[in-house]
Design a protein. Sequence first.
Length: 336
Amino acid sequence: MDRGLCPRDGGQRFAADVHDGWCRASADRHRSSDSQWLPCVAQDLATAALRHERHELSQEFILIRHHRNPLRVAIGGLGAIGRQVAQRLDAGIDGLILVSVSANHVERAQHYVEAFNHSIPVLQLAELADTADVVIECAPAAVFGEVAEPAIARGCIFIPSSIGALLNHWHLIEAAQRSGARIIAPSGALLGLDAVRAAAEGTIHRVTMITRKPPTGLAGSPYLLENNIDVENLTEPVRVFSGSADEGIKGFPANVNVAVALGIAGIGPERTELEIWADPTIDRNTHSIRVEADSARFELKMENIPSEENPRTGRIVALSVIATLRRLVATLTVGT
């Protein structure tokens, strides 16, 4: 390799070493057919090294290594979402491999993964990032930081299912910029975020969201307890909250992560208007959004079947995480 491609500080030497190793491992395959490809990789890595120190090259290195090896995935939390994602990964998804999990009840989790096709260690939350390229947070919002902080520090791809908890850990955005990590939030139980993101490239005037859930899906929420609101014996729909999305997630941390995702995609959680209704006449979690922008005006409604394990979340949330994982390794992706 022409070392002239890379200035000789630590980061550039690392890029050169990665390239040399790649060349040796791929020589037979690429010597004749891709003679111009290898210098391009070297130049890409050299450019990356100009932006990052050695420990900050994670994303560039992940993209290069994916040509041969699957992305290693760790899951923090084995509740309704984490279990389904773990099962799907264990069954096999091209380009991805489950390497570790973490759960509050370690013995129960160990018993659970014993039935998997592959041996999966059960680790502490803080240890997940040491094993993986991708860390998925499927844990209660209270331990969000225990999953997120190490993942961001090590430059992993971080996929949070509790996107609302990110509002209390906004410093992780700057930390990710420093480490080279990426934070990718799934759409979860809401549709239309691609349209909202597109509209946000222009001017969005107003975003409103109305969430309706069966009372059992809201029972026990901090806001209801603090305000002595009883939803267990309702006979008709009752509005239990009206305010902004960032206020709503504080009172309903397990219920309206979608409102925060909508806010981040659009005009911000503090400007996104939210209503929450306890509705004994429905058996599905329903989200309706209206967006008024200079490019379009649209209304969307989604009715989610609640998870049997956790009625506060919809079955589609885990599927959204799985779809996000597939997108990381897909040759063709659809949507904004």
